[in-house]
Write a protein that binds this ligand. Sequence first.
Ligand code: PLP
Length: 285
Amino acid sequence: MTRIVYVNGDYLPEDAARVSVFDRGFLFADAVYEVTSVLGGRLIDFDGHAARLERSLGELGMPMPMPRDSLLAVHRDLVARNSIEDGLIYLQVTRGAADRDFAYPDADTPQTVVLFTQAKPGLADTPAAREGIRVVSLPDLRWGRRDIKTVQLLYPSMAKMEARARGADDAWMIEDGAVTEGTSNNAYIVKDGRIVTRGLGHEILSGITRAAVLRLAREAQMQIEERPFTLDEARAADEAFVTSASAFVLPVIEIDGAAVGGGTPGPVARRLREIYIDESRRAAL
Ligand code: PLP
Protein backbone atom coordinates (compact mmCIF):
# COMPACT_ATOMS: atom_id res chain seq x y z
CA MET A 1 0.00 0.00 0.00
CA THR A 2 1.41 3.39 -0.97
CA ARG A 3 1.66 5.79 1.93
CA ILE A 4 -0.58 8.84 1.71
CA VAL A 5 0.96 12.07 2.98
CA TYR A 6 -0.51 15.53 3.54
CA VAL A 7 1.06 18.54 1.82
CA ASN A 8 -0.54 21.98 1.93
CA GLY A 9 -4.14 20.83 1.86
CA ASP A 10 -3.72 17.79 -0.43
CA TYR A 11 -3.59 14.09 0.41
CA LEU A 12 -1.10 12.55 -2.02
CA PRO A 13 0.77 9.29 -2.58
CA GLU A 14 4.23 9.88 -1.08
CA ASP A 15 5.93 9.72 -4.51
CA ALA A 16 3.75 12.56 -5.79
CA ALA A 17 4.33 14.89 -2.82
CA ARG A 18 6.51 17.96 -3.49
CA VAL A 19 8.00 20.85 -1.54
CA SER A 20 9.88 23.78 -3.15
CA VAL A 21 13.71 23.83 -3.17
CA PHE A 22 13.30 27.41 -1.88
CA ASP A 23 11.41 26.26 1.20
CA ARG A 24 12.91 27.91 4.29
CA GLY A 25 12.63 24.65 6.19
CA PHE A 26 15.10 23.17 3.68
CA LEU A 27 17.39 26.23 3.42
CA PHE A 28 17.40 27.59 7.01
CA ALA A 29 15.78 24.94 9.23
CA ASP A 30 13.15 27.69 9.59
CA ALA A 31 10.50 25.22 10.67
CA VAL A 32 9.01 23.47 13.67
CA TYR A 33 7.70 19.95 14.08
CA GLU A 34 5.72 17.63 16.31
CA VAL A 35 5.58 13.85 16.62
CA THR A 36 2.37 12.33 17.96
CA SER A 37 1.98 8.65 18.78
CA VAL A 38 -0.90 6.49 17.62
CA LEU A 39 -1.99 3.51 19.73
CA GLY A 40 -4.94 1.38 18.67
CA GLY A 41 -5.67 3.85 15.86
CA ARG A 42 -6.05 6.77 18.27
CA LEU A 43 -3.88 9.83 18.96
CA ILE A 44 -1.91 10.12 22.19
CA ASP A 45 -1.72 13.56 23.87
CA PHE A 46 -2.91 15.42 20.76
CA ASP A 47 -3.87 18.55 22.71
CA GLY A 48 -0.43 18.80 24.30
CA HIS A 49 1.31 18.53 20.94
CA ALA A 50 -1.01 21.10 19.35
CA ALA A 51 -0.41 23.52 22.23
CA ARG A 52 3.38 23.11 21.99
CA LEU A 53 3.22 23.56 18.20
CA GLU A 54 1.42 26.85 18.69
CA ARG A 55 4.01 27.96 21.24
CA SER A 56 7.01 26.97 19.06
CA LEU A 57 5.51 28.80 16.08
CA GLY A 58 4.76 31.84 18.24
CA GLU A 59 8.36 31.99 19.50
CA LEU A 60 9.46 32.21 15.84
CA GLY A 61 6.81 34.77 14.91
CA MET A 62 4.66 32.34 12.94
CA PRO A 63 0.92 31.72 13.31
CA MET A 64 -0.79 28.32 13.50
CA PRO A 65 -1.38 27.22 9.89
CA MET A 66 -4.91 26.07 10.73
CA PRO A 67 -7.19 25.87 13.76
CA ARG A 68 -6.59 23.00 16.20
CA ASP A 69 -9.80 21.24 15.17
CA SER A 70 -8.69 21.17 11.54
CA LEU A 71 -5.26 19.91 12.59
CA LEU A 72 -6.92 17.13 14.55
CA ALA A 73 -9.06 16.26 11.51
CA VAL A 74 -5.94 16.01 9.28
CA HIS A 75 -4.21 13.77 11.85
CA ARG A 76 -7.24 11.49 12.03
CA ASP A 77 -7.63 11.45 8.26
CA LEU A 78 -4.02 10.35 7.80
CA VAL A 79 -4.38 7.62 10.43
CA ALA A 80 -7.47 6.31 8.60
CA ARG A 81 -6.09 6.65 5.06
CA ASN A 82 -2.92 4.75 6.04
CA SER A 83 -4.68 2.22 8.31
CA ILE A 84 -2.33 3.02 11.20
CA GLU A 85 -2.97 0.90 14.30
CA ASP A 86 0.25 1.68 16.15
CA GLY A 87 2.71 4.28 14.90
CA LEU A 88 3.59 7.94 14.66
CA ILE A 89 2.43 11.08 12.90
CA TYR A 90 5.11 13.58 11.97
CA LEU A 91 4.02 17.18 11.39
CA GLN A 92 6.21 19.98 10.08
CA VAL A 93 5.33 23.63 9.53
CA THR A 94 7.80 25.92 7.78
CA ARG A 95 7.83 29.65 7.06
CA GLY A 96 7.24 28.74 3.41
CA ALA A 97 9.13 29.22 0.14
CA ALA A 98 10.79 32.53 -0.73
CA ASP A 99 13.89 33.78 -2.52
CA ARG A 100 16.87 32.93 -0.32
CA ASP A 101 17.46 35.71 2.21
CA PHE A 102 18.35 35.61 5.91
CA ALA A 103 15.55 38.11 6.58
CA TYR A 104 12.12 36.53 6.86
CA PRO A 105 9.85 36.87 3.82
CA ASP A 106 6.59 38.86 3.95
CA ALA A 107 4.20 37.62 6.62
CA ASP A 108 1.65 36.67 3.94
CA THR A 109 4.02 34.05 2.46
CA PRO A 110 2.06 30.77 2.66
CA GLN A 111 3.48 28.37 5.24
CA THR A 112 4.38 24.84 4.19
CA VAL A 113 2.49 22.17 6.11
CA VAL A 114 3.50 18.53 5.79
CA LEU A 115 2.27 15.51 7.72
CA PHE A 116 3.13 11.86 7.26
CA THR A 117 2.63 8.63 9.16
CA GLN A 118 5.09 5.93 10.21
CA ALA A 119 3.60 2.54 11.01
CA LYS A 120 5.21 0.98 14.11
CA PRO A 121 3.45 -2.26 14.93
CA GLY A 122 3.96 -3.17 18.58
CA LEU A 123 5.01 0.40 19.51
CA ALA A 124 3.91 -0.12 23.11
CA ASP A 125 5.97 -3.26 23.62
CA THR A 126 9.46 -2.91 22.19
CA PRO A 127 12.71 -4.71 23.13
CA ALA A 128 14.09 -1.34 24.33
CA ALA A 129 11.17 -1.00 26.74
CA ARG A 130 11.62 -4.53 28.07
CA GLU A 131 15.42 -4.55 28.27
CA GLY A 132 16.29 -0.87 28.73
CA ILE A 133 18.76 1.26 26.79
CA ARG A 134 22.42 2.21 27.15
CA VAL A 135 23.47 5.85 26.98
CA VAL A 136 26.79 7.66 26.73
CA SER A 137 27.45 11.25 27.86
CA LEU A 138 28.42 13.91 25.34
CA PRO A 139 28.74 17.69 25.53
CA ASP A 140 25.54 19.57 24.68
CA LEU A 141 26.55 21.62 21.65
CA ARG A 142 23.04 22.66 20.55
CA TRP A 143 21.79 26.25 20.28
CA GLY A 144 20.32 28.12 23.26
CA ARG A 145 16.59 27.82 22.49
CA ARG A 146 15.99 24.09 22.85
CA ASP A 147 12.51 24.85 24.19
CA ILE A 148 11.46 25.61 20.59
CA LYS A 149 10.90 22.37 18.71
CA THR A 150 12.73 23.29 15.50
CA VAL A 151 13.88 20.88 12.80
CA GLN A 152 17.48 21.97 13.47
CA LEU A 153 18.44 18.45 14.54
CA LEU A 154 21.94 17.95 13.18
CA TYR A 155 23.74 17.89 16.52
CA PRO A 156 21.28 15.40 18.12
CA SER A 157 21.74 13.30 14.99
CA MET A 158 25.54 13.44 15.31
CA ALA A 159 25.27 12.60 19.02
CA LYS A 160 23.08 9.59 18.24
CA MET A 161 25.68 8.35 15.73
CA GLU A 162 28.49 8.83 18.25
CA ALA A 163 26.45 6.85 20.79
CA ARG A 164 26.03 4.04 18.26
CA ALA A 165 29.75 4.11 17.44
CA ARG A 166 30.40 3.56 21.15
CA GLY A 167 28.04 0.60 21.28
CA ALA A 168 25.22 2.50 23.02
CA ASP A 169 21.67 3.40 22.04
CA ASP A 170 21.54 7.11 22.79
CA ALA A 171 23.38 10.04 24.34
CA TRP A 172 22.69 12.18 27.39
CA MET A 173 23.97 15.67 26.79
CA ILE A 174 25.94 17.59 29.40
CA GLU A 175 26.16 21.35 29.94
CA ASP A 176 27.84 23.13 32.86
CA GLY A 177 28.34 19.80 34.59
CA ALA A 178 24.67 18.77 34.48
CA VAL A 179 22.60 16.53 32.21
CA THR A 180 20.28 18.53 29.95
CA GLU A 181 18.37 15.76 28.13
CA GLY A 182 18.70 12.88 25.66
CA THR A 183 19.05 13.44 21.91
CA SER A 184 15.28 13.08 21.48
CA ASN A 185 13.92 12.57 24.99
CA ASN A 186 13.86 13.99 28.51
CA ALA A 187 16.18 12.45 31.12
CA TYR A 188 15.45 11.33 34.70
CA ILE A 189 17.13 9.56 37.59
CA VAL A 190 15.60 7.93 40.66
CA LYS A 191 17.40 8.03 44.02
CA ASP A 192 15.92 6.79 47.32
CA GLY A 193 12.45 6.80 45.76
CA ARG A 194 12.69 10.40 44.48
CA ILE A 195 12.42 11.15 40.78
CA VAL A 196 14.85 13.86 39.66
CA THR A 197 14.58 15.65 36.31
CA ARG A 198 15.76 19.00 35.07
CA GLY A 199 13.29 21.86 35.38
CA LEU A 200 11.91 23.59 32.30
CA GLY A 201 13.76 26.47 30.66
CA HIS A 202 15.49 27.34 27.39
CA GLU A 203 17.96 24.46 27.96
CA ILE A 204 15.53 21.61 27.25
CA LEU A 205 12.39 20.81 25.32
CA SER A 206 9.24 20.84 27.39
CA GLY A 207 8.30 17.21 26.69
CA ILE A 208 4.62 16.44 26.34
CA THR A 209 5.34 12.98 27.74
CA ARG A 210 7.36 14.57 30.56
CA ALA A 211 4.36 16.68 31.60
CA ALA A 212 2.03 13.67 31.56
CA VAL A 213 4.46 11.36 33.37
CA LEU A 214 5.19 13.91 36.12
CA ARG A 215 1.45 14.51 36.60
CA LEU A 216 0.79 10.77 36.86
CA ALA A 217 3.76 10.29 39.19
CA ARG A 218 2.43 13.03 41.49
CA GLU A 219 -1.02 11.44 41.43
CA ALA A 220 0.64 8.16 42.46
CA GLN A 221 2.20 10.01 45.46
CA MET A 222 5.75 9.73 44.07
CA GLN A 223 8.26 12.41 45.12
CA ILE A 224 9.62 14.62 42.33
CA GLU A 225 12.52 17.06 42.30
CA GLU A 226 12.77 19.33 39.26
CA ARG A 227 16.42 20.40 39.24
CA PRO A 228 19.61 19.79 37.24
CA PHE A 229 21.47 16.59 38.12
CA THR A 230 25.10 15.68 37.44
CA LEU A 231 26.57 12.67 35.71
CA ASP A 232 28.01 11.52 39.04
CA GLU A 233 24.52 11.57 40.54
CA ALA A 234 23.23 9.64 37.54
CA ARG A 235 25.95 7.01 37.93
CA ALA A 236 25.08 6.61 41.61
CA ALA A 237 21.32 6.54 41.01
CA ASP A 238 19.06 3.57 41.74
CA GLU A 239 17.41 3.96 38.34
CA ALA A 240 17.43 6.13 35.25
CA PHE A 241 14.95 6.55 32.42
CA VAL A 242 13.89 8.75 29.51
CA THR A 243 10.52 9.86 28.16
CA SER A 244 9.32 10.82 24.68
CA ALA A 245 6.16 10.70 22.62
CA SER A 246 7.52 7.94 20.40
CA ALA A 247 9.06 5.74 23.11
CA PHE A 248 6.87 6.63 26.15
CA VAL A 249 9.03 5.68 29.18
CA LEU A 250 12.29 3.79 28.55
CA PRO A 251 14.55 2.48 31.32
CA VAL A 252 18.24 3.44 31.06
CA ILE A 253 20.38 0.56 32.32
CA GLU A 254 23.88 1.81 31.58
CA ILE A 255 25.65 5.19 31.45
CA ASP A 256 29.10 5.39 29.84
CA GLY A 257 29.50 1.62 30.18
CA ALA A 258 28.65 1.50 33.92
CA ALA A 259 25.47 -0.23 35.09
CA VAL A 260 22.79 1.97 36.67
CA GLY A 261 21.32 0.38 39.82
CA GLY A 262 21.19 -3.35 39.14
CA GLY A 263 21.80 -2.91 35.40
CA THR A 264 18.22 -3.95 34.62
CA PRO A 265 15.01 -1.90 34.21
CA GLY A 266 13.98 -0.51 37.59
CA PRO A 267 10.55 -0.66 39.25
CA VAL A 268 9.82 3.10 39.06
CA ALA A 269 10.46 3.29 35.30
CA ARG A 270 8.46 0.11 34.71
CA ARG A 271 5.53 1.37 36.77
CA LEU A 272 5.52 4.82 35.18
CA ARG A 273 5.59 3.26 31.74
CA GLU A 274 2.61 1.08 32.57
CA ILE A 275 0.62 3.93 34.12
CA TYR A 276 1.45 6.29 31.25
CA ILE A 277 0.46 3.85 28.50
CA ASP A 278 -2.76 2.82 30.29
CA GLU A 279 -3.77 6.42 30.91
CA SER A 280 -2.80 7.50 27.38
CA ARG A 281 -4.86 4.76 25.76
CA ARG A 282 -7.81 5.76 27.92
CA ALA A 283 -7.56 9.46 27.01
CA ALA A 284 -6.58 8.95 23.32
CA LEU A 285 -8.55 10.83 20.65
N1 PLP B 1 13.79 16.45 24.27
C1 PLP B 1 14.12 16.48 22.98
C2 PLP B 1 15.38 17.13 22.57
C3 PLP B 1 13.27 15.88 22.02
O1 PLP B 1 13.60 15.91 20.73
C4 PLP B 1 12.08 15.25 22.46
C5 PLP B 1 11.18 14.62 21.51
O2 PLP B 1 11.38 14.62 20.33
C6 PLP B 1 11.79 15.24 23.82
C7 PLP B 1 12.66 15.86 24.71
C8 PLP B 1 10.56 14.57 24.36
O3 PLP B 1 9.42 15.34 24.06
P1 PLP B 1 8.00 14.64 23.86
O4 PLP B 1 7.71 13.90 25.12
O5 PLP B 1 7.08 15.78 23.66
O6 PLP B 1 8.13 13.74 22.68
